[in-house]
Design a protein around this ligand. Structure first.
Ligand SMILES: [Zn+2]
Length: 191
């Protein structure tokens, strides 16, 4: 690999730390960063609502700072995923998380039932008519293309799973405001 590659990232305050959420990959990659390096990356306004910006990262010659940043990158489950796992556990089912051997790497699978659960952030997965999925005012076209591509990919993975005999369900971030309702929906899905 060489040259400069542009990566897209959002900054968010999560778990008492500033985080950069890189995209794609399929999963969010959280990495905690120092407030001082944040200032170097760019001016951030209204970070609580996850200010979004592009950052250029040199892939060819990693700087010391870059190496340190990469070393601190960890794959974490999102709080949403943890909540859904807890609900599935509560319903008495055994699951596997992040199953890469299936289309779309479902967040949870219940192998015995051939059922898969996706946990979707409303923004990145383009939840329709959802206030959490409102696009930023700037670079609107770019964002809507990107989110639409994500939506198409989500549709594809669901139909790929179906073709393999797997049923799937998507749990949306905004729905988790009412955990009881999600829990009963999951119970129905898994019964
Ligand atoms: Zn939503």
């Amino acid at each position: 690999m060489g040259g400069r590659r542009r990566e897209h990232a959002a900054v968010a305050w999560s778990n008492k730390k500033w985080r950069i959420l890189y995209l794609p990959p399929r999963k969010y990659v959280f990495c905690s960063i120092e407030a001082t390096s944040l200032r170097k990356i760019g001016r951030i306004s209204n970070v609580l609502s996850a200010a979004r910006f592009r950052m250029a990262i040199s892939e060819s010659r990693p700087s010391v700072a870059r190496s340190r940043l990469m070393a601190s990158v960890q794959r974490h489950s999102t709080p949403l995923e943890l909540t859904v796992r807890r609900l599935v556990r509560g319903s008495g089912h055994r699951y596997r998380a992040n199953v890469r051997s299936l289309p779309g790497s479902p967040d949870l699978v219940i192998t015995a039932l051939r059922k898969a659960i996706f946990v979707n952030g409303c923004f990145w997965h383009g939840h329709q008519e959802c206030r959490l999925a409102k696009l930023p005012k700037t670079r609107r076209k770019w964002w809507s293309d990107k989110i639409e591509a994500n939506r198409q990919r989500d549709k594809r993975k669901i139909s790929d799973l179906r073709a393999l005999g797997w049923q799937s369900i998507s749990v949306w971030q905004c729905q988790l405001a009412n955990e009881a309702r999600v829990a009963s929906r999951l119970r129905r899905f898994l019964s």
